[in-house]
Design a binder for this molecule. Structure first.
Ligand code: ATP
Ligand code: MG
Length: 301
């Protein structure tokens, strides 16, 4: 498999380049290519992690399928041969890492669900014992499991960091009916996702979903339950009081911490063994969660 840093290297001109995805605006549809770019501390590295984009894309597709009875999703096809020209001429480069999807009218909220306390949730709890207006029991330790999973929405910021908001703010933004539906579906997806992952040795500590409207129907969009949108913790290493190593970027972050780099661009060049180890971690998590998919994509991964 050839690693892909940018669709520009294929002679294509994306309309939008995110940290990870290149997007092509096709009117009522998007063509989304998940590249092998990786960011750390919000800085996109110059080096790529071979196959990372394929793992993220294949994993989202597997979850879309897993949740097909819970909520419709944006997928039209992942078959590159069925893409419109000129994309269908790049079967080798795009297979496994790209999807043609319905363009959604996005809800301006990140639907975060937390089953365990970490990250910005832990910070907020430390300040006043709450997260997004949910009062939590006293005496929780970092990484503790919450009595029940909670919906902790945040704004979707184009610039800078997303900000946690109380449920009432979501109600003000989109109305109580839609807000309630987003909350209930998010909690259901988290709970079913956790029930699938935990027996396989993976704790879904928290995650973020995005939804939009497609032809008047509430639709799951973007990526789903990937290591980029979620905290995946190895259950075997779980110990409250410590934040378990995250499954994916820890090797890279640990390496970067050993350098004299101030976390602003330009990023340092990365040694090939760090990139290879990171790549292997991504393959590993796909193998653990969706072994049949990992086997199916093995030849290009
Ligand atoms: N079906 C869809 N309709 C409309 N927008 C979508 C759809 N699917 C995904 N998106 C948007 O496309 C973008 C994907 O790009 P990417 O994930 O690379 O961005 P990013 O830099 O990570 O930014 P973000 O933090 O918003 O995810 C996201 O902003 C997501 O909300
Ligand atoms: Mg994203």
């Amino acid at each position: 498999m050839a690693a892909l840093r940018s669709t520009r290297d294929l002679g294509l001109a994306p309309d939008y380049e995110g940290k990870v995805r290149d997007m092509f605006d096709l009117g009522d549809r998007y063509l989304i290519v998940t590249t092998d770019r990786i960011s750390a501390f919000d800085v996109i590295m110059n080096d790529v992690v071979p196959g990372r984009g394929i793992v993220l894309n294949v994993m989202s597709l597997a979850w879309f399928d897993h949740f097909a009875d819970v909520v419709p999703n944006h997928l039209i096809t992942a078959e590159v041969g069925d893409f419109p020209a000129p994309f269908n001429q790049h079967v080798d480069a795009l297979t496994g890492r790209s999807v043609l999807v319905h363009k959604a009218e996005r809800f301006p909220v990140e639907c975060v669900v937390r089953g365990y306390i970490a990250g910005s949730g832990w910070k907020s709890y430390g300040k006043d014992g709450t997260i997004c207006g949910h009062r939590l029991p006293d005496g929780l330790q970092l990484a503790d499991r919450l009595p029940e999973a909670i919906f902790t929405p945040s704004t979707k910021e184009d610039e800078g960091h997303d900000e946690n908001i109380p449920f009432e703010t979501v109600v003000e933004m989109i109305g109580d009916e839609q807000a309630g539906i987003l909350r209930d579906i998010s909690l259901k997806l988290y709970s079913e996702g956790s029930a699938y992952a935990l027996p396989r040795g993976v704790i879904l500590a928290d995650t973020k979903f995005e939804f939009g409207m497609v032809n008047g129907k509430l639709t799951l969009i973007d990526e789903v339950l990937t290591p980029d949108s979620s905290r995946f913790w190895p259950a075997a290493e779980y110990r409250p009081g410590h934040e378990p190593p995250s499954w994916d970027k820890q090797i890279l972050r640990n390496h970067l911490e050993t350098l004299d780099w101030d976390h602003s661009p330009p990023p340092p060049a990365l040694p090939s063994d760090i990139l290879e180890k990171t790549s292997r971690r991504y393959h590993e998590v796909l193998e653990i969660l969706f072994p049949a998919e990992a086997a199916k994509w093995e030849t290009i991964l």
